[in-house]
Design a protein around this ligand. Structure first.
Ligand code: URP
Ligand code: ZN
Ligand code: ZN
Length: 459
């Protein structure tokens, strides 16, 4: 089947031009002015912006965590992502301490296969690095899982120590992968949480006060130093603050690259949201929201090329699940829903408000993640031979975010009532129109696993 998208304004990480796109099957087969071809389907994109399908490299779907499961399944989560223009997500497999990486992969594949609506890949979270895990790193890379997630926090559950970290980095470097990290100092946080809880300070704001900026700055610097020593490519997930970004800035002085992801919430929300009784639980996530000065640093970091990716860390829970921590902030499941809104929020708050350019928007929502994680140029750009993953956005449409109308499986929104300018009109995934005028046209099972290539650590 051939589809022709006509007269759209095509934006890539470097270009901005009006042209037609011809799609043949799942792939883009031609791009040019006034293409004279017969196609079974024609889409008039006059006045529309055309972006490569969004890639969100940080989501948690059906993740067992803090005594419950994140509330979006592969079906509901990837469908919600498509509504918002994200065609590919990378989810996190969690190794169970004492068990193999293979067992974890089998468990996660079992949940995802046949259920995803949009495309997906996996990072492998290594929570127990030992001789046997070491032997499985190459096996995972051969499966197309080329990124290995580590936690410097969540002591007693997911955290690994520096000895394990160095060992993992040496092996991952050897095999051609990348180590990613939740970089906060788990021991400090554990101490502060226990102290606050024992002093009866149990409201959501103490979640924020138990993870001060220094816990993230210290761990980010330690991680950067360890990647420098081992020469392993490194990527810091959900970086939130000035201190942590300064650690990365320091690393660039020795010509070292540490890739940085921030998330949409850290750009547009701040810690004042914790100053309201239990309602603040909606934004209990780790790291917590920060200060206005940190938002300014992050926007600048994007423009300085220090922050390459804007993800979501989508980890939704229902309001009932959040009640698990009603009397104790340390029991509130950490995470917030955002998979659906990342692209439109960043367009409205970033591009429309003059903070980032259209090209930068494409870089941080799609192209850089594809390059860093070994999917480029199949994903992450609009080019001949690449997957026809395309977002058609109408910049003139205004709309309002609400839990009543969103498609994520949660009954509240962290952005309730936000007015946005610019709305996704249609989305194509591998050549098929999957979203059109707020309707999803595909069923679960359409989404495919994306096998990723080895990574170089250079983009
Ligand atoms: O609060 C968060 N971020 N929940 C998900 C797990 C993680 O740390 O990414
Ligand atoms: Zn994390
Ligand atoms: Zn996360």
């Amino acid at each position: 089947m051939k589809t022709l998208i006509q007269h759209g304004r095509i934006i890539s990480a470097s270009d901005d031009y009006v042209a037609d796109i011809l799609i043949d099957g799942e792939l883009i087969s031609a791009i040019g002015k006034d293409l004279a071809v017969n196609a079974e389907q024609t889409i008039d994109a006059s006045g529309m912006l055309i972006f490569p399908g969004g890639i969100d490299p940080h989501v948690h779907l059906e993740m067992p965590f803090m005594g419950t499961f994140s509330s979006d399944t592969y079906e509901t989560g990837t469908r919600a992502a498509l509504y918002g223009g994200t065609t590919t997500v990378i989810d996190f497999i969690l190794q169970k301490q004492g068990n193999s990486l293979r067992a974890a992969l089998d468990e996660w594949s079992g949940r995802a296969t046949g259920n995803a609506v949009g495309d997906y890949s996996f990072h492998m979270a290594v929570t127990d690095f030992n001789d046997s895990t070491k032997g499985e790193i190459k096996e995972m890379i051969d499966e197309g899982i080329t990124s290995f997630k580590t936690f410097m926090a969540y002591k007693g559950a997911l955290m690994i120590d520096d000895r394990q970290m160095i060992g993992l980095m040496e092996e991952v470097k050897q095999q051609g992968g990348i180590v990613t990290v939740h970089a906060t100092n788990g021991d400090m946080i554990d101490y502060l949480v226990q102290k606050n809880v024992s002093e009866g300070k149990r409201a959501p704001i103490y979640h924020y006060l138990s993870q001060p900026e220094v816990t993230e700055a210290e761990a980010s610097e330690r991680f950067a130093d360890m990647t420098n020593y081992t020469e392993c490519p490194g990527y810091i997930v959900h970086l939130t603050c000035e201190g942590a970004l300064n650690a990365v800035r320091n690393a660039t002085r020795r010509n070292q690259k540490v890739f940085v992801e921030t998330c949409i919430q850290y750009l547009v929300l701040d810690a004042s949201l914790y100053e309201q009784d239990f309602d603040g639980a909606k934004w209990v996530m780790s790291p917590p929201l920060r200060e206005k000065k940190d938002q300014a640093t992050l926007w600048a970091g994007i423009n300085q090329g220090l922050v390459q990716v804007v993800g979501t860390d989508h980890c939704p829970f229902t309001w009932e699940q959040k009640q698990m921590g009603k009397d104790d902030f340390s029991k509130i499941p950490n995470g917030h829903p955002a998979i659906e809104h990342r692209m439109e929020l960043l367009f409205s708050e970033g591009v429309n408000k003059g903070k980032i350019s259209l090209n930068k928007y494409v870089e941080v929502t799609s192209t850089n993640a594809a390059k860093i994680f070994g999917m480029f140029p199949k994903k992450g750009t609009i080019s001949v031979g690449g997957d026809a993953d395309i977002v058609i956005l109408d910049p003139s449409v205004k709309h309002t975010i609400s839990a009543k109308t969103h498609h994520m499986n949660t009954d509240y929104s962290g952005y309730e009532g936000w007015d946005l300018s610019g709305k996704v009109k249609s989305v194509l995934l591998r050549g098929k129109v999957v979203i059109d005028d707020n309707k999803c046209l595909v069923e679960k099972g359409y989404g495919q696993f994306v096998k990723r290539k080895k990574v170089s650590g250079i983009i």
